[in-house]
Design a protein around this ligand. Structure first.
Ligand code: NAD
Length: 322
């Protein structure tokens, strides 16, 4: 298939685009580099376009006539979304809607969307199934849920297959592709822990009085290669019903404290923490029930063991600073 990968210069998109190419597809990266550098695009076909520029994005579709779209581009900082919700309505909704205009003018067969566990908010039943109540607690989660709904409606109207993948915590790096995690500012735990500990500092942990075994939040970490594999399968699926949203996670949770200890052990040093107040909107535990993805796409996490995730993230951090 010929596939437009929006946000393909980003952390997850760079992995998805390479995994698609490895599986024999043609990936066209569309990214305006607002949150990434061109170096992550490597030798992939690349169009530097902002999605909200509807005429230019339609021009890309006219030139390439893609069969599929993987839509990863977006604003993805929970904290920023609380400070500036308007950025999230604008980029996660308006830019997405602009991409849907291109899909209406130049029909594709399948459209995958990068959604998030944040659509569930403070889930009361864990592991979280896709039919759990959808009650996002942040503008980020709300913007992702709103786009899921718009997408599924548009897919019905235009006649393409839509699938949303609700990622839990993406982490790690492919050991060979040289395209690891790098956000600015970095809010994700593993790269933050590596940077703090390797630099001789302490890792800030927000809250140690949660109702969890060690008092710190529990999250479900999925290796970015497993995540990329889920995209390849979802795109290739022949008989997947349109309009479905699937969790992508492992069904296992690790506490923030445990993750920091694993990073420290990989660096060969003692863990050091600073406990801070809880952050507003942080649910105590987020663990996926990803059995639907297993059932429909025969997907299971193969490389999402925490030690391997941390090892590949540390290797990437070393390579980056060489
Ligand atoms: N990282 C995670 O753990 C996680 C978890 C759940 C969901 N997600 C979702 O996955 C997607 C990718 O996440 P990531 O961590 O790779 O983020 P990232 O910031 O590394 O990548 C996003 C990319 O999109 C590009 N972009 C943003 N807005 C654009 C626009 N309007 N036009 C063109 N390009 C634009 C950026 O330049 C960047 O390269 C995001 O949509 C995010 O919400 C990520």
């Amino acid at each position: 298939m010929r596939v437009v990968v929006t946000g393909g210069a980003g952390y997850i998109g760079a992995h998805v685009a390479r995994a698609l190419r490895l599986a024999g597809h043609e990936a066209i990266v569309v990214d305006d580099l607002r949150a990434a550098s061109a170096s992550r695009v490597g030798d992939l076909v690349f169009e530097k376009v902002a999605l909200e520029d509807t005429e230019r994005i339609c021009g890309v579709f006219e030139r390439y006539r893609p069969d599929g779209v993987v839509h990863l581009a977006g604003s993805a900082s929970v904290a920023e979304s609380v400070r500036h919700p308007e950025v999230y309505w604008d980029n996660n909704l308006r830019s997405g809607a602009s991409l849907l205009v291109a899909c209406a003018r130049y029909p594709v067969r399948a459209f995958l969307f990068s959604s998030t566990a944040a659509v569930y908010g403070n889930a009361e039943v864990v592991p979280i199934r896709e039919d759990s109540p959808l009650k996002p607690t942040t503008p980020y989660g709300a913007s992702k849920l709103a786009f899921e709904r718009l997408l599924h409606t548009a897919a019905r109207a235009v006649g393409f297959r839509s699938t949303a993948l609700r990622y839990f915590n993406a982490a790690g790096a492919n050991p060979e592709w040289g395209v690891g995690e790098e956000h600015d500012p970095e809010e994700h735990l593993i790269p933050r822990a590596i940077e703090a500990l390797a630099g001789g500092g302490n890792v800030q942990i927000y809250g140690n009085d949660y109702p969890t075994p060690d008092g710190t939040c529990v999250r479900d970490y999925v290796h970015v290669d497993d995540l990329a594999d889920a995209h390849v399968r979802a795109l290739e699926a022949e008989n997947l019903e349109s309009g479905r949203s699937f969790n992508v996670g492992t069904g296992r949770g690790h506490s923030v404290r445990e993750v920091v200890e694993t990073v420290a052990s990989r660096l060969g040093i003692a863990p050091r923490f600073d406990f801070k107040d809880r952050r507003p909107g942080d649910p105590p535990t987020l663990i996926a029930d990803a059995s639907a993805l297993g059932e429909h796409l025969d997907w299971s996490p193969r490389v999402s063991d925490l030690d391997y995730i941390v090892a590949t993230a540390v290797d990437w951090a070393h390579r980056r600073t060489i």
